[in-house]
Design a protein around this ligand. Structure first.
Ligand SMILES: Cc1cc2nc3c(=O)[nH]c(=O)nc-3n(C[C@H](O)[C@H](O)[C@H](O)COP(=O)(O)OP(=O)(O)OC[C@H]3O[C@@H](n4cnc5c(N)ncnc54)[C@H](O)[C@@H]3O)c2cc1C
Length: 387
């Protein structure tokens, strides 16, 4: 397929959700146009932990080699103030967004999808897609009509701004996300360890990526972050409280990227020819590290519905399927994110649970969406309480 007009489906956004959808549909023989306003690899606020569900989706698509480039996560060290709890954490892998996102885009292209980067898309009231080439504004916008439109433009996506039926419902007292990738420091966590630090301003996850760079991603309370002097300072304080002065100094100097308010849902996720997946269909909070996996799972689940939509069926079934798919996970995520609003209390509870044989891995497994610890079950250690 060479021309954008010939596409049967336009997928807006080439993050994990959009690229997985593009790959799944192209493999079903559909003519797919995948567009993203970014130029890849692009910066992304993310903790880079790929949960077992996301790995299973890759495996089912025969793309296990992508996850194979990641580092298995074995331990989570959770810190708040002077308290510290170490939990066994089997099942997830640490994988940079560069490797994951590029791997999925390449898989979509290999399957026959056309990918256009630096292309911003907007969906009109009458189900047309307006595309703007961000490198060639002189060319003016192109309007295309395709039987199906999949919106996977993430949490900050505005492709559906002209469609009242998809209006966001955004939580008032909300956290927002920030993230950066920095050069290694002496106090960065070792490979395979997730350090999670929490205080009243929010929580920050730190992992060392497969290429040795260090990924920092935080969810912060907006008002408290402002009062402290901004996200860089808020994250530096969290790192100082966790006894990581080199990381704190790097955090102060780093260039941080941000997201809008995190907790949100859409009035509807499917109307007319349009269907939303991934963060574009709603978001709770990142503590459980499942956003990418939810998006990828939604993509492979919705692909047959998009196939039928191309044949003329209605999209609205996606509203129920989506609800069923994510309900239990989002409830768990909400409960954990609520607990993280009281970090000291939660940590004290975790310390107690972690002392009970077998519960440590289950606790971590529950947080990562892995209901039982995998075969490499890690014997729970006694929690280390620093002071
Ligand atoms: C602090 C933090 C930590 C996190 N940690 C983890 C973690 O450890 N594990 C995990 O699984 N998840 C984590 N997440 C969540 C995860 O980052 C997201 O759930 C995931 O990126 C969603 O994928 P997506 O494909 O839906 O959207 P995205 O990855 O956001 O991709 C959307 C794409 O759409 C493009 N786009 C936007 N608007 C347009 C437009 N108009 N036209 C064309 N393209 C457009 C963007 O450029 C972008 O590339 C974290 C999130 C935060 C905030």
């Amino acid at each position: 397929m060479n021309s954008t007009e010939a596409s049967e489906v336009v997928v807006i956004g080439a993050g994990p959700a959009g690229s997985t959808m593009a790959c799944a549909l192209a493999r079903r023989g559909r003519r797919v146009l995948l567009v993203d306003r970014g130029s890849f690899p692009r910066a992304k606020v993310c903790g880079c932990c790929l949960a077992p569900t996301g790995q299973r989706v890759l495996q089912d698509l025969g793309l296990d080699a992508i996850a194979g480039q990641g580092i298995p996560l074995t331990t989570a060290v959770i810190r708040s103030g002077t308290r510290r709890t170490r939990l066994g954490f089997a099942g997830s892998v640490v994988l940079s967004r560069t490797v994951l996102d590029m791997g999925l885009i390449d898989a979509a292209k290999d399957a026959g999808a056309v990918f256009k980067s630096r292309t911003r898309a907007r969906v009109t009231a009458n189900d047309r897609v307006i595309l703007e080439d961000l490198d060639r504004p002189d060319l003016g916008p192109t309007t295309i009509q395709s039987p199906a439109i999949v919106v996977a433009d993430g949490i900050g996506g505005r492709a559906l701004d002209d469609r009242a039926e998809f209006t966001w419902k955004i939580r008032r007292r909300n956290r927002f996300g920030v993230g950066t990738v920095i050069d290694p420091t002496c106090d960065a966590p070792p490979l395979g360890e997730l350090m999670m630090i929490a205080n009243r301003t929010g929580y920050l996850g730190v992992v060392t990526l497969e290429d040795g760079q260090v990924d920092l991603a935080a969810a912060l309370h907006a008002g408290r972050t402002r009062a402290i002097g901004g996200p860089a300072r808020a994250c530096a304080i969290l790192l100082e409280q966790a006894d990581c002065p080199a990381l704190a100094a790097a955090a102060r100097e780093a260039r941080w990227h941000g997201t809008p308010g995190l907790t949100r849902s859409r009035r509807s996720v499917a109307e007319g020819r349009v269907l939303c997946i991934g963060d574009a269909s709603g978001y709770v909070e990142p503590f459980t590290g499942e956003g990418m996996s939810w998006g990828m799972l939604a993509a492979v689940t919705a692909a047959p519905l998009v196939d039928s939509l191309i044949e003329g069926a209605a999209t609205t079934a996606w509203n129920q399927v989506h609800h069923q798919l994510l309900k239990a996970r989002q409830r768990r995520c909400r409960a954990i994110s609520l607990a993280m609003r009281f970090p000291s209390l939660s940590l004290a509870a975790m310390s107690v649970f972690n002392r009970l044989p077998g519960l440590g891995p289950r606790l971590a497994g529950l947080a990562s969406g892995h209901s039982t610890a995998g075969p490499e079950r890690i014997k729970p250690r006694k929690p280390e309480v620093i002071a």
